[in-house]
Design a protein around this ligand. Sequence first.
Ligand SMILES: Nc1nc2c(c(=O)[nH]1)N[C@H]1C(S)=C(S)[C@@H](COP(=O)(O)O)O[C@H]1N2
Ligand SMILES: [Mo]
Length: 200
Amino acid sequence: MAGIVSPGFFGRRRDASPRLPPGQYLVRDFPVLSAGPTPRVNLDTWEFRIATETGEKRTWDWPAFQALPADDVTVDLHCVTKWSKLATSWRGVSVDTLLDGIETDAEYALVHAFGGYTTNLPLADLRGGKAWVAYGYDGADLTPEHGGPARLLVPHLYLWKSAKWVRGIDLRRTDERGFWEQLGYHNYGDPWLEQRYSAD
Ligand SMILES: Nc1nc2c(c(=O)[nH]1)N[C@H]1C(S)=C(S)[C@@H](COP(=O)(O)O)O[C@H]1N2
Ligand SMILES: [Mo]
């Protein structure tokens, strides 16, 4: 019997995908990871805000945000706790679209979420078709536990950078560490370089 299936056929072989960064394993479900309770976000008062380093502000209410051109994207997700989920489908507004026409020399971004969560990254990582404010998942509205009504989606970095219940982005001249980054997670978080913790 032992010779019928090749070694590692059950489970391990699936984890040999070239799309799987080092140290990660594949999941088929969609785990929920939140540092606190799921905030109740009211769409009637929802507002998304970009503030520049000079104090210029741009805001969208929910209808204005829905009216923006949106992308449908399929991306792989990698969580620092080692699960990865391949080929997830999202609908959202590219951060390029949100930044269009905003004058800034900022090199850093600090992302804010309802509930107080924050995360930081270089502004360049939000540009160039690499990041979205997503409100749809798998053909439906994004559910509250996964960050609905809208979350940041930055799939090329570990998933803690993809702030759920996102409410705004501050464009900054200087870098400021966010919630997990202050607690010892890596400042950048490239899953392909296994940048999990500060010392990596
Ligand atoms: N606002 C907020 N966003 C957050 C978090 C959080 O605790 N609060 N957790 C982060 C972490 S560590 C991960 S792995 C992902 C989990 O997203 P999911 O629950 O949709 O899988 O959300 C990220 N975004
Ligand atoms: Mo995470």
